[in-house]
Design a protein around this ligand. Structure first.
Ligand SMILES: *[C@@H]1O[C@H](CO)[C@@H](O)[C@H](O)[C@H]1NC(C)=O
Ligand SMILES: *[C@@H]1O[C@H](CO)[C@@H](O)[C@H](O)[C@H]1NC(C)=O
Ligand SMILES: *[C@@H]1O[C@H](CO)[C@@H](O)[C@H](O)[C@H]1NC(C)=O
Ligand SMILES: [Fe+2]
Length: 682
């Protein structure tokens, strides 16, 4: 009999109301090669009535990767219900202090004979953390916490997180980001390694020192033969880039499918009349009739109005804010019928039409694509996916404790956003980064562009069903982005709704979930300007499902749609130049095809853009497909069934998309769920 046993017995014998409890505790270190530590681990058990003093777990052994470490813990009094496992690391002199990745702790109670209670950790811990408390059990709402200590645990956790993660304004008027200035502040819990195959940019690098225009399209064709010929979408782009139907096709299925919208009347500043457009409309029809039928569409880049172009290779470049009218013709093709390159009508701002001399019309279309490139990169890509993901991530860390079911659901989709955005702000969007050096919208205008674009965002436009129906692209025959987006939205929405059903019985549960209400209010306060229509609070479960679906969609599918496609459409540079070297043309009929080259970016500016896109285009080795989860919580019971179902739904969508694409000359692969990353990681 040990001294402790004896002490225990004495207590019982002496007739006190306390009794001993004995526990078998197993500590699991995660299997990754760097997960182990030399640090010393202290552990105590916290019950509803009392707690055990810290005991040493690994006095004479290291916590090796993939290892388990067994200790028995005995309480000297009645612990009551076991609630928390408290861990503390202590650095050892003479040994390196490396972070420890703990998988979980399991605690079995000897007398009880029941299964062990699991306390998930799944995080990096280090001595500087002090006491770290792990809890067991499924996620739950604050209202469902039965133990006072667990309620306090939630409150304490949020307090700590709110000190760690503060809001920071990167650009006034745009969604805020995390106030982190270095990767080390991010810590290992929120960082990841993006490993990818090296890209061969050797050929493009060869052009590094040529700050002059391309001599002609044939020179670009040679470059394309080396860089783009193996890319099937790029080959289609190069084959059809001059054709009007392909211009419209790109509005629906290119890298920026978010811009084109149906209009029921002409914008007042577009200087065309019904008569001038008649030749481009069906016989016996009129503009008024077509507007009414809903066959007229518009691209409006008003957000760029008045912004000065960047200086590239020491030369001024130019931006403008085009308006482009399109018509859905009787062959179901969406074709451009009028392009005005600047917002304010006037004699020096002609409206270009398909009947104009070929070079004039082609340059007008190229011009629109170049302005679309600016909006695509900064608005559709950076703002609508990257900034959105970070907005959601910071609010989730600050307002939803680990134990909240939405913390569990959302973090896998937003966890990587802090790191990638920190890197983007420090490189791509910084002095000497790609925007500064070779993109028409340079550093001096990025803040205005982002804040203007943010002011124009409406909550509806971020929710797929509202967005595609408001823009009238949901029922077009060749509108693959919209079709695929709707199906993915539906699958995600069903998943999110049934996830919520597990935890919220009704709308009242939503209204009384203070953590949830603080979360949405944090997002709306630090997100878009007031009139965006973002909810200030939630009244119903339906509102929550839609909101959560919107974030998951934006971080995964939308990012795939705007990211995967960019290299494909840019490899043939004249289809998508990053800058314009001369101002918008003010007259017609003076331009040869050779002159068009003088508008396009310099040789080394072109190659710099392509090299960056090529690097960004490398698939990560640690790619996680949409709705695949590594976190233990998703493998359990009811959660597992929901995950299985959404994965089956997404597989069915993948199969249909693959089948459809087999029959298309130009396939639309970007929203095939097997290729969608679970989060914004590049
Ligand atoms: C990882 O997360 C846990 C729990 O939030 C925290 O206690 C710990 O400090 C984090 N680890 C690191 C190394 O940042
Ligand atoms: C293009 O080449 C010139 C001359 O070598 C150099 O000064 C300039 O920085 C280069 N531009 C880019 C974008 O690489
Ligand atoms: C971004 O797009 C490229 C293709 O252009 C793709 O290879 C890469 O995996 C994409 N990244 C993500 C996170 O979707
Ligand atoms: Fe991205």
């Amino acid at each position: 009999m040990t001294t402790r046993d004896r002490a225990c017995l004495v207590l019982i014998v002496s007739g006190m109301t306390t009794s001993c409890q004995e526990f078998d505790v197993t500590v699991y270190t995660s299997p990754g090669a760097t997960c182990g530590t030399y640090n010393h681990l202290w552990l105590s058990l916290i019950g509803s009535q009392s707690q055990t003093p810290p005991i040493s777990v690994n006095a004479d052994q290291h916590l090796l990767p993939g290892s388990t470490c067994l200790v028995s813990v005995r309480s000297n009094g009645l612990l009551g219900q076991l609630i928390l496992v408290r861990l503390r690391l202590e650095a050892q002199t003479g040994l390196p202090d490396v972070d420890w990745h703990c998988s979980r702790v399991e605690v079995g109670q000897r007398a009880a004979g029941s299964g062990a209670q699991v306390f998930l950790c799944d995080r990096w811990l280090r001595p500087a953390d002090g006491d770290v408390d792990l809890r067991s059990g499924a996620p739950c709402l604050m209202a469902d916490e039965t133990e006072e200590k667990l309620k306090q645990h939630r409150v304490q956790q949020l307090k700590r997180q709110q000190q760690l993660f503060r809001w920071h304004q990167f650009v006034g008027g745009a969604p805020q980001c995390a106030s982190l200035s270095s990767m080390s502040e991010l810590g290992p819990n929120l960082s990841y390694t993006h490993r990818s195959q090296p890209t061969n940019v050797h050929y493009l690098k060869g052009f590094n020192n040529r700050p002059e225009p391309w001599t002609g399209l044939s020179e670009l064709e040679t470059v394309f033969a080396h860089t783009g010929d193996h890319n099937s979408v790029a080959r289609v782009v190069k084959a059809h880039w001059k054709e009007d139907w392909f211009f419209g096709y790109q509005c629906l299925n290119g890298c920026n499918p978010l811009q084109v919208r149906q209009v029921r009347r002409l914008p007042p500043n577009l200087a065309v009349t019904s008569d001038r457009l008649r030749p481009f409309l069906p016989k016996h029809s009129s503009l008024e009739e077509e507007l009414q039928k809903g066959t007229v569409y518009l691209l409006d880049y008003e957000v760029l109005d008045g912004l000065p172009g960047n200086q590239i290779n020491g030369k001024q470049t130019y931006l403008s804010a085009p308006l482009c009218l399109l018509h859905l013709n009787q062959q179901d093709q969406l074709v451009p019928i009028a392009i005005q390159l600047q917002q304010t009508p006037g004699p020096q701002n002609p409206v270009f039409m398909p009947s104009d001399p070929g070079s004039d019309w082609l340059l007008a279309k190229i011009w629109v694509h170049c302005m679309d490139f600016q909006c695509h990169q900064l608005v559709s890509h950076y703002m609508r996916t990257h900034m959105m993901a970070e907005l959601c991530c910071v609010a989730t860390l600050r307002q939803l404790p680990d134990q909240h079911p939405l913390h569990q659901l959302l973090m896998p989709h937003v966890r990587t956003s802090l790191q990638i955005n920190l890197q983007a702000r420090a490189s791509l969007l910084a002095p000497n980064g790609i925007f500064d050096q070779v993109v028409g919208s340079g550093l001096n205008i990025i803040p205005s562009l982002l804040s203007r674009a943010s002011a124009r965002v409406r909550y509806r436009s971020l929710c797929v069903p509202d967005d595609v129906s408001d823009r009238g692209v949901d029922n077009l025959p060749h509108s693959y982005y919209a079709q695929d987006a709707l199906r993915i939205w539906d699958a995600l929405h069903r998943f999110v709704s049934s996830w919520l059903d597990l935890f919220y019985n009704g709308d009242t549960d939503v209204q009384t979930d203070t953590e949830l209400q603080n979360w949405v209010s944090d997002i709306t306060t630090h997100g878009f300007p007031e009139n965006s229509g973002f909810p200030l609070c939630f009244h119903t479960k339906a509102e929550v499902s839609k909101f959560v679906t919107m974030f998951i969609y934006s971080c995964s599918a939308l990012h795939a749609a705007v990211n995967f496609s960019q290299l494909d459409f840019a490899l043939w540079m004249p289809n998508c130049p990053a800058s314009m070297m001369r101002p918008p043309p003010q007259v017609k009929g003076h331009l040869s095809e050779a002159d068009i080259m003088t508008f396009l970016p310099d040789v080394n500016a072109t190659c710099r853009v392509l090299m960056t896109l090529a690097v960004l285009s490398q698939p990560g080795v640690d790619f996680v497909p949409l709705c695949h989860y590594k976190e233990a919580i998703f493998t359990q019971d009811a959660h597992r069934r929901l995950v299985d179902r959404v994965q089956a739904d997404l597989r069915a969508i993948s199969d249909d998309i693959t089948e459809r694409n087999n029959h298309l000359e130009s396939s639309y692969p970007y929203l095939c769920p097997t290729g969608i990353d679970n989060s914004v990681a590049i």
